[in-house]
Ligand binder design. Structure first.
Ligand code: ATR
Length: 282
């Protein structure tokens, strides 16, 4: 690709960064929307993070995505962060202002909810509560998304209960309660939404052991794992008639706000993009 003198620059900061699908995703959008821009993988060692952030500003980048292990550290270096990022405790999207300041946002909660909205129909916060499995960074974003959508009750279950307790205490919302991981089969009774945010069921990871017998047939089941696209959890839910939404859309939709801020277009998430991102075997 040949760049002009006015090419808009963005990228993803991570360590390592080679596994990130973001360059492929944003590159596809730049190409299909015919935008004079570039989105680069930016391998930044932890001890070089400050240099890299100054470099972004100095080189005129419009901004960047932030991935492991920098999502928390970057937050402290931002001049301002959104309320959502502060509640999730991590920044995944940086915008460099015209005045050289850094604004941090977290678009994972948006990506999660947008995926459900587009692929699964609106969830009705009044119909049953949500059961969220896991208590890592992804669970934080999912809980914030569900609370902001007005979910009346969320039960958070994690193998290491202390992590779930810490997450619930951080978010400090009475609607979010912690349950025992070992009670997960039983706690599905009456739920309207079931979300897996653990790594269980991912290629190379152990399966998620759970019985869906008590889950209402109307409950929406979603997994943030997207490799495989149809996890054993989603396959089991689909087989018994539950509506299901796979996790790929969360990845695609969380990328949209950054793309729009840096390149000035709200990009399209469609079946061609899903195929293109899934084709990546690198
Ligand atoms: P992320 O930021 O992507 O959410 P993470 O912080 O590593 O990743 O969290 C991974 C989640 O998967 C955690 O909830 C973890 O449970 P623990 O807090 O008990 O570690 C969960 N997880 C990973 N392997 C698991 C397993 N074998 N059984 C149950 N939960 C598991």
């Amino acid at each position: 690709m040949i760049h002009s003198g006015k090419t808009l620059l963005a990228g993803v900061i991570g360590w390592p960064v080679a596994h990130s699908r973001s360059p492929r995703l944003h590159g596809y959008w730049l190409q299909t929307h015919g935008i004079d821009g570039a989105y680069l993988p930016l391998a930044v060692a932890p001890e070089r993070l400050d240099d890299a952030l100054r470099g972004l500003i100095g080189l005129g980048f419009r901004g960047a995505n932030v991935t492991v292990p920098h999502k928390q550290a970057v937050m402290a270096r931002c001049d301002r962060v959104t309320d959502t990022a502060r509640r999730i405790g991590a920044v995944n999207t940086l915008i460099v202002g015209g005045d050289g300041t850094l604004s941090g946002d977290n678009t994972d909660a948006y990506g999660f909810m947008e995926n459900l909205r587009r692929e699964g129909g609106d969830i009705d916060p009044g119909t049953g509560g949500a059961v969220v499995l896991g208590a890592g960074g992804a669970a934080r974003a999912v809980c914030v998304a569900l609370l902001d959508a007005g979910m009346a009750r969320i039960v958070l279950l994690n193998r290491t209960r202390a992590r779930a307790d810490a997450l619930a205490a951080d978010l400090g919302d009475d609607r979010l309660q912690v349950g025992a991981w070992d009670d997960r089969d039983r706690l599905l009774a009456g739920a309207g939404v079931l979300v897996n945010t653990t790594a269980l069921g991912m290629v190379g990871q152990p399966p998620l052991e759970i019985s869906l017998a008590a889950l209402p047939i109307t409950a929406l089941v979603t997994d943030i794992v997207y490799a495989p696209l149809e996890t054993p959890l989603l396959a089991a839910a689909r087989a018994r008639g539950n509506p299901v939404v796979d996790g790929l859309g969360m990845l695609l939709h969380q990328a949209r706000p950054g793309f729009q801020a840096w390149f000035g277009h709200d990009p399209v998430v469609d079946a061609d993009l899903r195929r293109f991102v899934l084709e990546d075997r690198s």
